[in-house]
Design a protein around this ligand. Structure first.
Ligand code: IPE
Ligand code: IPE
Ligand code: MG
Length: 233
């Protein structure tokens, strides 16, 4: 089987990682940076074109305010600490989600990182922030409704392609492989539309312990799968 072009990861288990060490949950979020770094390097070394990381969901606002602000400030420090190296590695930073709903500081750092790396042709590192699959589909539906109302779009032209083209990053191919760490086996509102035919892998490892060897294992598991897309092998 061809290697995956796009890997998407639900980075889960930060809180449990910290609690199991007698630390505050937020320490787990801090520890996650090393895992992100390893995943980016591994993708570069293995010719993966797109890496999408689920960093903050539309539902994560329901967490304690202090945890939410720490995650937002970690986003800023991640960008500050890593931007130069990512640039050097030709990584293009992108984001998907309701970015207008992010606090002003993190949003402006994110947007400037996106602009600065726009011309890079290597790995596309896509951060899913204030992202929800249902929100994305609702946003696409609203755009379509507006275009129909203005007469720019005929209702009979609303097909799967028309919806795909109005998602947050329409040029990005669907993920071949979706990994969720920490042993939880659910989608939690990630890439609902795009993962229609993705392969899923649910390792037990908690995200802060996730290393290149776990991606080697994920690749082995993926390579043994048979993708049929509804057809016959
Ligand atoms: C994932 O780790 C990070 C985010 C959702 C931002 P969690 O914080 O969900 O960790 P657990 O699932 O509580 O262990
Ligand atoms: C999914 O994890 C969101 C991210 C990893 C950013 P959650 O920890 O929020 O999901 P649930 O609540 O366990 O389903
Ligand atoms: Mg979780």
């Amino acid at each position: 089987m061809n290697p995956p072009v796009h890997i998407a990861i639900v980075m889960d288990g930060n809180g449990r990682w910290a609690r199991s060490r007698g630390l505050a949950r937020t320490e787990g979020h801090r520890a996650a940076e090393t895992s992100i770094h390893q995943a980016v390097e591994w993708c570069g070394e293995n010719g993966v074109g797109h890496l999408t990381l689920f960093a903050f969901s539309t539902e994560n606002w329901s967490r304690p305010r202090a945890e939410v602000s720490l995650i937002m400030s970690l986003l800023r420090s991640f960008i500050r600490r890593n931007l130069e190296e990512l640039e050097r590695k030709d990584v293009r930073i992108r984001a998907m989600g309701r970015l207008e709903g992010l606090p002003a500081g993190p949003r402006s750092d994110l947007l400037s990182a996106i602009r600065r790396t726009e011309g890079n042709g290597g790995l596309q590192l896509i951060l899913a922030l204030n992202y929800g699959g249902r929100a994305e589909l609702a946003d696409a539906a609203r755009r379509i409704a507006a275009e129909v109302a203005s007469g720019a779009l005929d209702p009979s032209a609303v097909d799967e392609e028309a919806i795909s083209r109005r998602l947050y990053l329409p040029d990005v191919p669907d993920p071949d492989l979706v990994i969720r760490t920490s042993g939880e086996q659910r989608i939690s509102n990630f890439l609902l539309w795009q993962s229609a035919y993705s392969e899923f892998h649910f390792p037990e490892v908690l995200w802060p312990d996730f290393r290149k060897e776990h991606l080697d294992e994920a690749l082995r598991v993926y390579s043994a799968r048979q993708r049929r897309f509804g057809g016959l092998a």
